[in-house]
Design a protein around this ligand. Structure first.
Ligand code: WTA
Length: 666
């Protein structure tokens, strides 16, 4: 098991998919990471022939010459109840954007009805595979379910009718806390059908984290799954919901999808999901909504301790996600599409549910862990279902790389046509391992840069375009992105700067729920430009490379976690006086959380206390936020005004110069 790719794989790259501009000599074995980054991988003639975008540069030029015409053209392919009067309206101060003004629209018509009407009624929409053994005592095979577009529409309508019956109206919020089964997309689409706003909370968050999100959104109904399966264990989701909704006035009902018939519904609050749906009509007229009607909130971490509710709307979001899903993955009618993300994250919203369903794809959903029952699980799923498009994360690839090449080698992965990655920078070693062992040196890799806030892919190279390992590539057609200094001036090639977007795009967030000032900050940190919060470089050819976050947000296994969130969880422990948290480079997870803790008087550092602090974070936030390391310290570096200088802690930890500290003081 080696962490680095075996020697020669760069040399061995086939002519079609191989790097350009380097001669294959044995010195390639010694290629540094930096050199690997310079390599450019050219797609094969076969890939190009199949591509939706034949000439990326030409399309880009055209799109930038008239972005509104470009986006209107993409929107034409969708079904609108009534057309827009204006493509886009942008107001700079305070920043406010609208797309497809005055048009009437419903995203579910595009994800469901349109397909049912036009020949895809019996096409499989969702192909679900459970964890091997999951749900059946003693079973070793994985349970499977398939829902056609016709069936999915009926179930969504039934669920929408249940919600209506519970008094949910347009604009009301519904929180979803569910495991990965078709019921999650069903519940999301049901909310959208009637113009209600869904707020999906990732099943790995703890009860207090769930509660604060239900409270912030003032949800009327919560929909949950009783249990999930992971690594042979049952995950109790309903337990967290019971705790989270206790005493919350806004919550009128909890719909429980029971995978275990023995789960009891223990209060007046709870209703059985299946029974309620079965009793409803399978017809439900989609609400005719203004295209700017909110579709969902998704809470994400920022620089304060409080997560922000990013708001996305029906019209522009549908256009941005479906268009990018099609061109970046070169999606074609018969492709089996698998994105390994949980729908609890933006990737799950845009590229498990909405984008692919609007395109009429067959979407595979696989429950469980990547290494259970063994590290060949994902590759076995690709072989068994003939997956054509596979979309995952660098953390997952690095984790699978550690188990060795023998696992993917056991399976037939020849069905793969496009592979994607998202969430964090992919290091060239992991990229090359993916390229060689999964893509067999011919399947293009699409590295997609985007954010919860952007809603859609922003920077990526389409499959027909040359890629460079570790770089998502160039801004997509319709998107103007750059690397700029604090004043917004573009920096020279190779120099570090802030990643900015210059013009509005259709799937961008419209605001932060109940916090317009936080929304404005994205547009006024560097006046007139959207600041992504990432630091990046751009090379001579225009390829952008993301170095990481510019702010106090960590990226652990591709999950965004605010330092302030972990710090506030730690200081809520009785023994803690102060805490500071940093992200430390980790070979698998990208970053690992390290906490520096000052104890209150009368407390002594101990192993036991360390465990208790980790437990505190687990309870407050969930397992993903637990610090891998905790160090007890006597003091923390601070500015004169008392702000903790995390940058100094990080520099010390990494053994580098902290830079000019005086400039950090305020
Ligand atoms: C990071 C996930 C490098 C980045 C879709 C961004 C990436 C944050 C990439 C958003 C990529 C995402 N290469 N970094 N391809 N994709 N990031 O909101 O720091 O969970 O700002 O959205 O992830 O994380 P979020």
């Amino acid at each position: 098991m080696s962490e680095t790719p075996s020697s020669g794989e760069v040399n061995n790259a086939t002519q079609n998919a191989g790097p350009t501009g380097t001669s294959a000599t044995s010195s390639d074995e010694q290629l540094s990471s930096l050199q690997k980054q310079e390599e450019s991988y050219v797609p094969s003639a076969e890939v190009k022939a199949r591509a939706h975008v034949a000439d990326f540069d030409a399309l880009y030029e055209k799109s930038i010459a008239d972005p509104q015409a470009f986006w209107a053209e993409q929107a034409q392919g969708l079904e609108w109840f009534s057309p827009w009067h204006e493509v886009m309206q942008w107001q700079a101060a305070p920043p406010q954007v609208k797309w497809f003004l005055n048009a009437q629209f419903n995203i579910t018509v595009n994800a469901l009805d349109r397909h049912v009407k036009h020949g895809r009624r019996n096409k499989v929409a969702l192909l679900w595979v459970g964890e091997p053994g999951g749900g059946q005592d003693g079973a070793t095979t994985a349970p499977e379910r398939a829902l056609t577009y016709g069936q999915l529409l009926r179930r969504v309508n039934q669920c929408a009718n249940v919600l209506k019956g519970l008094g949910v109206q347009q604009g009301d919020r519904v929180t979803l806390y569910m495991g990965l089964t078709p019921e999650l997309p069903i519940a999301m689409l049901a909310c959208a059908r009637i113009g209600a706003i869904h707020s999906v909370v990732y099943g790995g968050f703890s009860a207090p984290a769930l509660r604060s999100r239900i409270e912030d959104s003032q949800s009327k109904v919560v929909i949950c799954t009783d249990i999930g399966y992971r690594r042979g264990k049952r995950i109790n989701l309903k337990g967290a919901v019971d705790e989270a909704v206790e005493g919350l006035e806004s919550v009128e009902k909890v719909l429980v999808y029971r995978r275990d018939p023995a789960t009891t519904l223990n209060s007046d609050l709870e209703i059985d999901f299946e029974t309620a749906l079965d009793a409803e009509s399978a017809e439900c007229e989609p609400a005719r909504l203004d295209s700017e009607t909110p579709l969902f909130f998704l809470y994400t971490s920022g620089t304060t301790g409080k997560p922000k509710g990013v708001v996305h709307v029906h019209g522009g979001y549908a256009v941005g996600t479906s268009y990018t899903h099609k061109i970046c993955f070169d999606y074609h009618e018969d492709d089996i599409y698998w994105c390994t993300a949980d729908p609890g994250w933006i990737t799950g919203h845009s590229y498990v549910v909405y984008g692919p369903l609007i395109n009429g794809a067959t979407v595979l959903l696989a429950e469980g862990a990547l290494d259970f029952p063994d590290a060949g699980r994902w590759w076995s799923v690709i072989e068994k279902y003939g997956v054509n498009i596979f979309y995952s994360t660098p953390t997952a690839i690095r984790a699978l790389m550690r188990f060795g090449e023998e696992y993917p080698a056991k399976y037939d992965l020849s069905s793969l046509k496009v592979m994607g990655t998202v969430g964090e920078p992919i290091n060239p070693e992991a990229w090359l391992w993916y390229h060689k062992n999964i893509g067999h040196e011919k399947t293009p890799i699409v590295d997609t840069w985007w954010q919860t806030e952007t809603g859609q892919f922003m920077i990526a190279t389409v499959p027909s375009y040359p890629t460079k390992p570790g770089s998502p590539g160039k801004p997509l057609p319709g998107i103007e992105a750059d690397v700029a200094d604090k004043e917004g001036h573009p920096v020279e090639p190779g120099k570090g700067g802030f990643l900015v977007i210059k013009k509005p795009w259709p799937a961008m967030m419209r605001t932060i729920y109940k916090d317009p000032e936080r929304y404005e900050k994205y547009w006024n940190t560097i006046p007139g430009l959207y600041s992504a919060g990432d630091v990046a470089t751009k090379d001579e050819e225009g390829y952008i490379r993301v170095m990481g976050r510019a702010d106090d947000v960590m990226n652990v296994s591709g999950y965004r976690i605010g330092t302030a969130e972990v710090e506030s969880a730690l200081v809520s422990h009785a023994a803690v006086a102060e805490a500071a948290v940093i992200g430390k480079p980790d070979p698998v997870k990208g970053e690992n959380i390290k906490a520096f803790v000052i104890l209150r008087q009368g407390n002594e550092p101990s192993e036991q206390l360390m465990t208790s602090l980790k437990q505190q974070v687990r309870e407050e936030l969930g397992p993903i936020a637990i610090p891998g390391e905790i160090e007890f310290v006597g003091s923390l570096p601070k500015t004169r005004s008392g702000k903790i200088m995390r940058r100094v802690l990080k520099a010390k930890e990494l053994g580098v110069e902290p830079g000019d500290i005086s400039t950090l003081e305020d």
